[in-house]
Design a binder for this molecule. Structure first.
Ligand code: TA6
Length: 300
């Protein structure tokens, strides 16, 4: 981060009680502390790393092994997959899950209403390589942090022609034991099972995680609930502006991922909300698209 970028970040935070910038583990973060919430967001990727509504444990899992800057994807929290999800459709050399999570975003605004804090972060078009279908686009993330969490990822198409995007919030939820959780709200939908050569599978009877799971639902209901009997809580997920949900846990394959400590893959489940594959969106010339997701946590 340049000195002027750091100074601009500090200046925005200076006016709002409870919002503090810091430099940590090789990156710049914003710490948020109010009576309702404590949270940390990294400017790399505009990635929320921690969200602790008062009276609860952290809702998010984040690897202690990840650097928080330097252009390598941070493992945990809420990575933004944008402007494509997964491998690039035609150019495998481009970064998996797009540019957003490895780019340095700019804090544009920070404000507080009561004990709720809102941060607005921008990824300007100049920071997005104009190759292939990345087109000429910018992104804006608005994060609202309080006793619930709201994220709104806006894509702005600056070209006069339509641009196609796939995108997702790749949220890592902390859980007590992944083999004990269930995910409601996906029954009746079909998913591509990427642990079984992409076979189309019908989901029934509540989703349980029995090992490595890569389940891509292009179309699923807009609401899911993650039920965690070990942490005695449930997390309600509501999505708008996309029809897709992905459920991912690496299971034993975690041993091949250097940034997941031994045994830690049992302590998170990714439930990702977005618009992927054939359910991606086409944004008209000079148009905008908004993906919104909200999370509420309740004690069981
Ligand atoms: O969203 C599922 C997925 O694409 C999986 O295939 C899995 O590899 C995961 O995301 C993590 O990707 P990453 O690039 O962060 O290692």
């Amino acid at each position: 981060m340049t000195a002027s970028h750091w100074a601009a970040t500090r200046e925005i935070c200076r006016h709002t009680v409870g919002i503090t910038p810091d430099q940590r583990h090789g990156g710049t973060v914003i710490d948020i502390v109010t009576p309702a919430v404590s949270a940390t967001l990294a400017l790399q990727g505009a990635q929320l790393l921690s969200w602790v509504p008062t009276g609860h444990d952290d809702v998010l899992w984040c690897s202690p092994l990840s650097a928080l800057g330097g252009g390598k994807a941070i493992r945990g929290g809420i990575p933004l997959c944008w402007p494509w999800f997964g491998p690039h459709a035609t150019e495998p050399s481009r970064p998996q899950h797009g540019y957003a999570r490895v780019a340095l975003w700019r804090l544009g605004q920070a404000y507080r209403h009561g004990d709720t804090v809102t941060l607005v972060l921008d990824l300007p078009a100049e920071a997005v390589p104009r190759q292939g279908h990345s087109g000429n686009m910018s992104a804006r993330l608005t994060v609202t942090l309080g006793d619930h969490l709201g994220l709104s990822l806006e894509t702005i198409n600056h070209a006069v022609t339509p641009s196609a995007v796939t995108l997702a919030l790749h949220t890592y939820f902390a859980v007590g034991a992944v083999d004990q959780v269930s995910i409601e709200g996906l029954d009746g939908a079909t998913y591509r099972d990427n642990t079984a050569a992409g076979i189309e599978t019908l989901q029934t009877e509540g989703m349980r995680i029995g090992g490595e799971t890569i389940a891509l639902f292009e179309h699923a209901d807009a609401a899911q609930t993650l039920i965690d009997p070990v942490m005695k809580r449930e997390i309600a997920i509501q999505r708008r502006g996309g029809t897709s949900t992905v459920v991912w846990n690496p299971g034993r394959s975690a041993s091949a991922l250097a940034d997941i400590p031994a045994g830690a893959a049992t302590r998170f489940i990714c439930i990702e909300s977005g618009a992927i594959g054939a359910a991606g969106v086409s944004i008209p010339g000079s148009g905008r698209h908004c993906l919104e997701v909200t999370y509420h946590v309740r004690r069981l």
